[in-house]
Design a protein around this ligand. Sequence first.
Ligand code: ADE
Ligand code: ZN
Length: 346
Amino acid sequence: MNQFSHITADRLPDLLRRMPKAELHIHIEGSLEPELIFALAQRNGVVLPYASIEDLRAAYAFTDLQSFLDIYYAGASVLLKAQDFFDMAMAYFQRAAADNVVHAELFFDPQTHTDRGVPFDTVIRGLSRACEAAKREHGISASLILCFLRHLSEEAAFTVLDQALPYRDHFIGVGLDSSERGHPPEKFSRVFARCRELGLRVVAHAGEEGPPAYIWSALIELKVQRIDHGVRCLEDAALVARLVQDGMPLTVCPLSNVKLCVVPQMAAHPLPAMLDAGLCVTVNSDDPAYFGGYINQNFLATFAALPQLTAAHAHRLASNSIDASFICASEKQRHLDALNAVFAAA
Ligand code: ADE
Ligand code: ZN
């Protein structure tokens, strides 16, 4: 028995949709829908290697992380102007508002753009303007986390950090993404140390495809404040104990894990085991335009496939997302009060 045990399974989908939540793991370039990719390609005179929207969508049959990243970077090639970045982020915020996201921390990959000759200023101007508009138009607070591409060198990460520092007020932290295998977190120890000295928040993808050792390295070498994905932690009992002891948040992305074959099917997803272990788990969308849905779809698909998940789990996942965010204590309390009100009325 718990305080939510009167909420029956048939009422869960509505509750999952309505509960206020924070999204902590969304690559904004991964929110580019095929329709917008084609519209921006036309607007910017970019020729795509796909004849139609349907052709592009048909290519979304991924076998692993790299097979996805190849298409994801190709999709981002249509982004050239600040207005393109703004339009992409506003399309995301509209969907996030419909899903009752009250706060979002957006990853962006500047090297994907600067390496094509798009100035850092263009990227950050468009995204920053969208974060301000999200508050005005949707009441969503939003901030940006700059991700270093781990398949590139640490020297390249230092270069993008230098480009970013004049815009220090426009992003709250740094992350680490792209091809995980063969690129362990410790490759970026020095640049993360510098970022910590600068007072930036630090997070890293680890334990998505990579082994538990990469999660240890993100904790010990990079001293991260959240682990992105982290689902493979369950292979190492000592690691789980450490993550639980530290209350370390894990930003899990269930539809992504299925689409990238990290798990064979949703019914086999480790989310219930992670919750049972006492881990601070959150549910997020990762790259929603590519993986079949935004944050509410992640909640709905997960709870539909895993009937052991209850209203108490839903509440915990939503409250974890608010707690694990980088907003101030009073804002957290305001969102937790709103969350509790929704559950009290259910
Ligand atoms: N970049 C965008 N999505 C990613 C993911 N799921 N893992 C690593 N890098 C990414
Ligand atoms: Zn990710």
